[in-house]
Design a protein around this ligand. Structure first.
Ligand SMILES: [Zn+2]
Length: 137
């Protein structure tokens, strides 16, 4: 019997709607959607604007800057792919452009994370996908 592979983290699978976001991430660019009807920005890949329900939008590169809106530190084992990293943080970042993005903070001790902390995007690459993580600015 073959030895079982180490558990992997679940990773997002880009689809047609989110492909520009993930292509941008591989290039180190944080892509957001901007409603062309009302100008409100949103994170991918929502089909309609939360503000005016228009389906019309353009992709744009975000600044990559934001602040910690809220966060939590996970101590419980939920998925084997994360066991080695316990305790790890989950954070919601409010981007400078307005949308909020769920992610992890890197380059900071969990005990030093604060709501309102200025952060900047820091892409982490996993095989053929890159994910936007954030570190203190
Ligand atoms: Zn809109």
């Amino acid at each position: 019997m073959a030895e079982a592979a180490a558990p992997q983290k679940p990773l997002p699978q880009p689809d047609e709607a989110s492909e520009p976001f993930f292509t941008g991430a591989m290039e180190g660019r944080l892509m957001i959607m901007r409603c062309t009807a009302c100008g409100v920005a949103r994170i991918p890949s929502r089909s309609h604007c939360d503000n005016c329900l228009s389906p019309d939008f353009e992709w744009e590169e975000a600044s990559g800057r934001g602040t910690v809106h809220t966060f939590g530190v996970m101590h419980q084992k939920y998925h084997p792919g994360f066991f080695d990293e316990l305790p790890y943080n989950l954070a919601v970042i409010e981007l400078e452009e307005g949308p909020r993005l769920s992610t992890n903070l890197v380059g900071v001790e969990n005990s030093a994370i604060r709501v309102g902390m200025p952060v900047v995007v820091d892409f982490q690459r996993y095989d053929d996908v890159a994910l936007p993580k954030f570190r203190p600015a």
